[in-house]
Design a protein around this ligand. Structure first.
Ligand code: COA
Length: 265
C-alpha cells in the first residue's frame, strides 16, 4: 500500500506504528483521512499486527487539528453550504471511528501539540501517552465547535462539568494537567516516549488481544443505555470462545504458567 501523509512501521512482537507526516503541522486534510482509513483497514486485517500506535513524525506537533488554511480559503463557500459542512464533520467522525471501533488496542503516542482534531483523534484511541506539547479542544476559541467527535468523547471520558469547562475555554493543557484529570493515561519524557510506549504496546500484544477487541466493543457500549450494554457484553463474552484464546488462557491457569497467547495462536 502506498501512503502520502503517513508512514507505516511494522515493528517486532506484533506492534505497528502509524507515523503521521503531513507538514507543516499534520493538519487533517482529506488525504490524511484517506490514508488513516486505509491504514486502519490494512493493519486491522493483518493478523500479525496485534497493537497499533499512532504518533507524529514532527518535532513539535502531534496533530494541529482541522486544516484551517483550507477552511479560511473556502470561507464564503462554507457560509451557504450547511449540508456540505455537516458531511465534512461526519467524514472526520467516521475516520476517527475507524480506530475507536477497530477490534485491537490503539495507543496515541502524543509527542507534540494535540489540538482540536488532534485531541479528537487521540480521544478515539484506547490509550493516550503524552510527552510534550499541549492538548485540548481549541475550536471555540476560533468561533467553531469540535466536529470530529470531541464533544461526545471528551464528555464521556471526563464528565459534563470538566468537558464543558475545557471546551468553552479552549484550554490548552500541559501533559501533567491532562494526566491529573484523566485526559491522558500516562506522561513521560520525550526521550522515553518511544521506549515506554513500545513496552506497554508489547505487553498488550502478548495478551489475549482478541478478548481485548471484544471487551473494547462492550466498553464502548457503556456509553449507551445499560440494557443494550448488557446484551452486547453477553454476545461479546460468547464470541471469546470462538477466538481460541480461552483454551490458551484457561490451560495456562491450571498449569500455573504464563499464557502464551502470542506464540500459540
Ligand atoms: N491548519 C493548517 N495549518 C496549520 C494549522 C492548522 N490547524 N496549525 C498550524 N498550521 C500551520 C501554520 O499556519 C504554520 O504555517 P506557515 O509555516 O505556512 O506559516 C505552520 O503550520 C506552523 O505553525 P506555527 O503556528 O508557526 O507553529 P508553532 O509550533 O508555533 O505552533 C501550533 C504550533 C499547533 C501550537 C499552532 O500552529 C496552533 O495553535 N495551531 C492551531 C491549532 C488549533 O487550534 N487547531 C484547531 C483546529 S479546529
Amino acid at each position: 500500500m502506498s501512503y502520502e501523509t503517513i508512514q507505516i512501521d511494522r515493528r517486532d512482537k506484533g506492534v505497528a506504528w502509524i507515523i503521521i507526516d503531513n507538514p507543516p503541522a499534520n493538519a487533517i486534510s482529506e488525504k490524511l483521512m484517506t490514508d488513516l482509513e486505509q491504514a486502519a483497514d490494512e493493519l486491522g486485517a493483518d493478523p500479525s499486527v496485534r497493537v497499533i500506535v499512532i504518533t507524529s513524525a514532527h518535532e513539535k506537533t502531534f496533530v494541529a487539528g482541522a486544516d484551517l488554511k483550507a477552511m479560511i480559503q473556502s470561507g464564503s463557500q462554507y457560509a451557504g453550504n450547511e449540508a456540505g459542512i455537516v458531511q465534512q464533520s461526519v467524514r472526520m467522525q467516521q475516520c476517527f471511528n475507524r480506530f475507536a471501533t477497530l477490534p485491537k488496542p490503539v495507543i496515541a503516542a502524543i509527542n507534540g501539540h494535540a489540538l482540536g482534531g488532534g485531541c479528537e483523534l487521540a480521544l478515539a484511541c484506547d490509550f493516550r501517552i503524552m510527552s510534550k506539547g499541549k492538548i485540548g479542544l481549541t475550536e471555540v476559541s476560533l468561533g467553531l465547535i469540535p466536529g470530529a467527535g470531541g464533544t461526545q468523547r471528551m464528555t464521556r471520558l471526563l464528565g459534563r462539568a470538566k468537558a464543558t469547562e475545557l471546551i468553552f475555554t479552549s484550554k490548552r493543557l500541559e501533559p501533567e494537567e491532562a494526566l491529573q484529570i484523566g485526559l491522558v493515561n500516562k506522561v513521560t519524557t520525550p526521550e522515553k516516549l518511544v521506549e515506554e510506549t513500545t513496552a506497554f504496546a508489547e505487553q498488550l500484544a502478548e495478551g489475549a488481544v482478541k478478548a481485548m477487541g471484544l471487551a473494547k466493543r462492550s466498553i464502548h457500549a457503556a456509553e449507551g443505555p445499560v440494557e443494550d450494554g448488557f446484551i452486547i457484553e453477553a454476545h461479546s463474552f460468547a464470541q471469546t470462545f470462538k477466538t481460541g484464546e480461552p483454551a490458551v488462557g484457561l490451560a495456562a491457569f491450571f498449569q500455573k504458567k504464563k499464557p502464551q497467547f502470542l506464540r500459540s495462536l
